[in-house]
Ligand binder design. Structure first.
Ligand code: S3P
Length: 432
């Protein structure tokens, strides 16, 4: 669907509780399926991506029932999994695919995986290589190391693996494979990536040893069911934080948001730019900190983003570029090559969107350079069917002078099905 957005002189105010965290929702279904007993998951994110994870486990024979935002999973351990009768459809979900490949590698049967056009272009070699080293067999039915592919698992050996890319999906895939086989599997990361897999394992009674950037998992642990409430997704909250910070007259309160430090890069960088943001940790759900974020309109200056920070804000970099169009001077965002392997090439898509709206932005292989401040004019932009690009463009429309036309806005349901409801509840269209 192509839609036009125009919020002349609007401001952002009010209180929002964003939907459940996508990364945590996926992992809750996975661990609940591997555990024994009934797990109840509240505030689950019912998005297209998380649906892929539910359907994949149902195809493996796991009983999963849903009622509103609550999901119940009747886990009977990995030995109860049966060979799916047809290929598992991963849709658009990189997280489902890469984490599932870790689990499927340990199972003694062959499974076929398919995905949509975007997912079928994304690199799977990053998980196929270590899982092959562990003993799994893959055959790509099309281009090498891309979906559609099949995995033939069983008889895996533990490995020690130094991650060649900063990726929580790769780390989690190996840890999940390691959990299901005999011996100790070790993953070493260069820069810290989101640690929801490690924290979720503890919630299900599992043990994991973390020593700096080295993570060790002992295989064949028996997990027991848990009661999980999924914190609000900081990557969804980030859209409203950005909107509040760049839109004059705004003040916003975001409640019950997951504020795990491995996800806080965007907020930390904005604060260094001078943004008025406060984060209050209120409680923990398992080991996950949860709290309130308040954000107000702010005068901004550019800052330097370090390589170490990028994994903690990897999904928010396009939004950071948008915010940088409103800061005083040149901002270089470096070390962002991984963005080229997301649902679309997010460096190219961000530069195209922001340039079309009138911003001064350029890019090289690993970097974006934004010169601000610029008044965004409005115009027509392409989301490339990427949920985060479409939502970033909607936020840009709030501060654009003229309407912004965005194509393929349907893709927003991949991660944030209630995005427009939440937008309507906080946007105040002031009198002209
Ligand atoms: C995710 C990890 C990140 C992130 C993705 C979700 C996860 O991907 O971009 O949206 O849940 O582990 P990478 O592991 O490719 O960095």
């Amino acid at each position: 669907m192509t839609e036009q957005f125009h919020y002349k002189r609007a401001s952002i105010s009010g209180v929002v509780r964003v939907p459940g965290d996508k990364s945590i929702s996926h992992r809750a279904i996975m661990f609940a399926s591997l555990a024994y007993g009934e797990t109840v998951i509240d505030h689950f994110l019912h998005s297209e991506d998380c649906r892929r994870t539910i359907e994949a486990f149902k195809s493996l024979g796991v009983h999963i029932s849903e009622s509103g935002n609550q999901v119940k999973v009747l886990g009977r351990g990995v030995d109860s999994f049966s060979q799916p009768v047809s290929a598992l459809d991963m849709g658009n979900s990189g997280t489902t695919t890469r984490l599932m490949l870790g689990i499927l590698s340990s199972l003694p049967f062959k499974v076929n995986l398919t995905g949509d056009d975007s997912l079928s272009k994304r690199p799977m070699g990053r998980v196929i290589n270590p899982l092959t080293e562990m003993g799994a067999e893959f055959s790509s039915l099309n281009e090498e190391n891309k979906l559609p592919l099949s995995v033939n698992g069983g008889h895996l050996q533990p490995i020690t693996y130094h991650l060649p890319v900063d990726s929580a999906q790769v780390k989690s895939s190996i840890l999940l494979a390691g959990l299901l086989i005999n011996g100790t599997t070790t993953v070493i990361e260069n820069n810290p990536t989101r640690d929801h897999t490690e924290k979720m394992l503890s919630a299900f009674g599992g043990l994991i040893e973390i020593n700096g950037q080295q993570i060790k998992i002992i295989g064949k642990q028996t997990l027991k069911s848990a009661k999980i409430t999924v914190p609000g997704d900081i990557s969804s909250a980030a859209f409203w934080v950005a909107a509040a910070v760049i839109t004059p007259g705004s003040h916003l309160v975001l409640e019950q948001v997951g504020v795990n430090p491995t996800r806080m890069g965007f907020v930390d960088v904005l604060k260094r730019m001078g943004a008025k943001i406060t984060v209050t940790v209120e409680h923990y759900i398992g080991d996950e900190p949860v709290g309130t974020i308040e954000a107000s309109y702010s005068e901004l200056v550019p800052t330097t983003v370090t390589e170490r920070e990028i994994p903690s804000m990897v999904d928010e970099v396009p939004l950071l570029a948008l915010v940088a169009t409103q800061s005083q001077g040149e901002m270089k965002i470096n070390h962002i090559k991984e963005l080229r392997y997301k649902e679309t090439d997010r460096i190219e898509a961000t530069v195209n969107i922001l340039q079309n709206l009138g911003a001064t932005v350029s890019s090289s292989e690993d970097q974006m350079v934004v010169n601000g401040p610029t008044d965004l004019k409005g115009g027509s932009v392409q989301s490339k069917n990427d949920h985060r690009m479409a939502m970033m463009a909607v936020i840009a429309s709030i501060i654009s002078d003229q309407p912004v036309t965005i194509d393929q806005t349907d893709c927003i349901k991949i991660s944030y099905p209630t995005f427009f409801e939440d937008l309507r509840s906080i946007i105040k269209e002031n009198e002209l």
